[in-house]
Design a protein. Structure first.
Length: 157
């Protein structure tokens, strides 16, 4: 399980959550996954995202799969994973950052999230705190990550 920041191209006259509900309602778990068909615009956005994220300290590795692109960022703060398919994306942070280890990785996640928003036009949403990424409270997100991570380490290991 991970702390996940979601990104979606919000439909006209809809909120993020309304758009997400429509996307989820159309999802068929029994259907074969359809390979992603990235447009030139999607690829250009991905290139800008990876260029900006790679400019910061840390190691970036990118991979392409039939169903999307991913970027793994690893640095002194920790590790996170960005998945992107042009019309949606997510950033996942494992629950392994208790207490004071959480703020640096969450700050990094929100910085990358804002890059995704700026370069792709996708809107980001923190479902744990039910807040938009653009105006979200990073300290509150770090507290949520750190608290759950601490609980998991104390109770699940």
């Amino acid at each position: 399980m991970t702390y996940t920041l979601l990104f979606q191209r919000v439909l006209p006259d809809r909120t993020f959550l309304e758009t997400l509900d429509e996307v989820n309602a159309a999802f068929d778990p029994d259907a074969e996954p359809v390979p992603v068909d990235l447009t030139d615009e999607h690829r250009a956005a991905w290139d800008r995202i990876t260029r900006r994220v790679s400019a910061d300290p840390g190691q970036v590795t990118c991979e392409e799969f039939p169903h999307g692109l991913n970027l793994r960022w690893t640095g002194p703060e920790g590790t996170l994973l960005l998945d992107y398919d042009g019309e949606s994306a997510s950033i996942d942070i494992a629950y392994r950052y208790p207490g004071p280890a959480a703020p640096p990785i969450m700050a990094r996640a929100y910085r990358i999230a804002r890059v995704v928003e700026e370069e792709s036009g996708l809107e980001g949403y923190d479902g744990v705190l039910e807040q938009p990424v653009a105006t979200g409270d990073v300290a509150a997100a770090a507290a949520a990550l750190g608290g759950t991570s601490g609980w998991a380490q104390a109770n699940l290991t």
